[in-house]
Write a protein that binds this ligand. Structure first.
Ligand code: ZN
Ligand code: ZN
Length: 353
């Protein structure tokens, strides 16, 4: 839970009983995502007090009137449930659903009775959540909770950026900038798509082994020579696809520069509103590059989370390189500080079943 002092902590809160169309879900595992940090440090303006967490899996423990998922169903939480009625939903872009624009919604109260907010309608770094049934995607019961949790944000975002947004084809070259949970997930998906080479880029040498385990062909330290290092490996042209998984104008510019003429830069990281990106008008025209963002992997979680869950169950999608370790909820504040320092990939909070 976060308050406006930038110092997350564990606190008791009170949630309402599930109302019509709502479920109570007992969380089994919840990942710590960079967006949680963005809310703590003010990059993304949010109301406080706020329960953090939006990448989680759990089990239905209570049901409100009008729901259809029975108690005991294992579910992955979806932080952008589609209304299926707005213009975007009707035009097959549910990840842009007009009903999902708030970073936090009012739900429950603190132990002192103060109004509480939950991240992206979930607030999943908690033992239990009360959420709309539309935010719960059922998955097979046998799926390990840590893996299931990651499907809800890092994996869906990374695999969707590759498959849906950029549509990477076999033999195309890829660079991935920023090797947190999402960046590593982009690498895994690029590997599965048949991309080569897959150049993993980070400022931290410590990410080398993680990148290679996730499927990168090369690890490149990000420094002044980055464009040259990339061109040496891509026939002097630059990559077909660059994925920016940091959310900073400097990294977007770096991604732009190491992409070939006519190539595509996909921005997956969420940046701040005051961080301005400058490109020359001549460069935009002459480079013929495409710059676009990938929100939630341009995906429909209701359709794609079950597909990813099946791949994990069948062993064709190995998420172990993404998981730095499992921790208790009391260790989450320290793990968020490690995440801020760029250490490790995904720390996953697990709760005793
Ligand atoms: Zn996330
Ligand atoms: Zn909608």
């Amino acid at each position: 839970m976060a308050r406006d002092d930038g110092d997350p902590r564990v606190e008791q809160v009170r949630l309402p009983a599930p109302g019509p169309g709502e479920l109570r879900v007992r969380i089994r595992a919840a990942g710590l995502c960079h967006s949680d940090l963005s809310m703590v440090n003010g990059t993304m303006p949010v109301p406080f007090p706020l329960v953090l967490g939006h990448e989680a899996a759990g089990v239905v423990a209570g049901t409100g009137p009008g729901t259809t998922l029975p108690v005991g169903t294992q579910v992955v939480l979806n932080w952008a449930p589609a209304c299926r009625a707005c213009w975007f939903c009707r035009h097959d872009e549910p990840w842009l659903c007009a009903a999902n624009t708030a970073p936090a919604v009012r739900r429950g109260v603190t132990a002192e009775g103060e109004p509480l907010h939950v991240t992206l309608g979930l607030g999943a770094l908690a033992e239990e959540v009360v959420i709309p049934q539309a935010a719960a995607v059922p998955v097979p019961a046998g799926l390990p909770a840590e893996s299931a949790a990651l499907l809800g944000c890092a994996v869906l975002t990374g695999s969707g950026a590759v498959r849906n947004t950029a549509r990477v084809a076999p033999g195309e070259s890829v660079a991935v900038l920023g090797l947190g949970g999402v960046g590593l997930s982009v690498i895994t998906a690029a590997r599965a798509a048949g991309a080569t080479p897959i150049l993993a880029v980070d400022v931290a040498e410590a990410k080398r082994d993680l990148a290679l385990a996730a499927g990168a062909t090369d690890f490149l330290r990000s420094d002044d020579t980055l464009s040259r290092q990339v061109r040496e490996r891509t026939g002097g042209r630059g990559v077909d696809h660059a994925f920016e998984c940091v959310g900073r104008s400097t990294t977007i510019r770096a991604a732009w520069r190491l992409t070939r003429r006519g190539g595509a830069v996909t921005v997956v990281g969420m940046g701040g509103k005051d961080d301005l990106l400058t490109l020359s008008a001549l460069d935009v025209f002459h480079s013929a590059r495409t710059l676009r963002s990938s929100v939630y992997g341009s995906s429909d979680p209701d359709r794609e989370v079950p597909v990813l869950a099946r791949a994990v169950a069948e062993g064709t999608l190995d998420l172990s390189p993404l998981i730095s370790g499992t921790i208790g909820l009391d260790e989450a504040p320290a793990a968020l500080r490690r995440l801020a320092r760029g250490e490790g990939a995904r720390w996953v909070v697990t709760f005793p079943g």
